[in-house]
Design a protein around this ligand. Sequence first.
Ligand code: 5GP
Length: 177
Amino acid sequence: MPFYDQYVEVMLSAEKIQARVKELGEQITREYQGKDLTLVGIMKGSLPFLTDLARHVDLPVTIEVMGVSSYQGGTETTGEVRITHDLTKPMANRHMLIVEDIIDTGLTMKFLIENLSARHPASVKVCTLLEKPSRAKVKVAIDYKGFVIEDRFVVGYGLDYGEKYRNLPFVGVMRTD
Ligand code: 5GP
């Protein structure tokens, strides 16, 4: 039995995730034909998704990563976001696709769209593995979406709890039994 099975209950299996990531990659391939595309992964949560997705995009993409951290007011995010690692290349005239693990309140993504749009790219679009619509505080247009999930705290496939569980091949919820 894999080590993590005793702590985490599967919500989205590795097979289900891989099949959906492949579909998203194929859709991105079709929709960005002939364009200069940069995938911008948001650290650290998007990293497994970013690397799997990139391998299903059959285009000469470049990859950048950006680190952000949100200030916490109690347990809730305040919407104030700080850049902890910025892009290393100019983005003028490039098509940018932000790759994120999960959109919860939407505040982080709203900040990212505004911040990246100010760098004069050709376009900025959003790709997220997961969305929790019941928690949305701001409306964010999601162009590519893996799965819509209910309001549960999830871990795995990049998502952490105290920096752990990011390496699970599936997305799950912590067992309470
Ligand atoms: P937002 O600004 O949309 O509220 O927050 C997005 C960030 O919150 C995500 O990038 C992620 O780091 C964190 N987050 C939101 N929901 C979850 C969750 O269910 N599990 C984990 N591990 N992180 C979450």
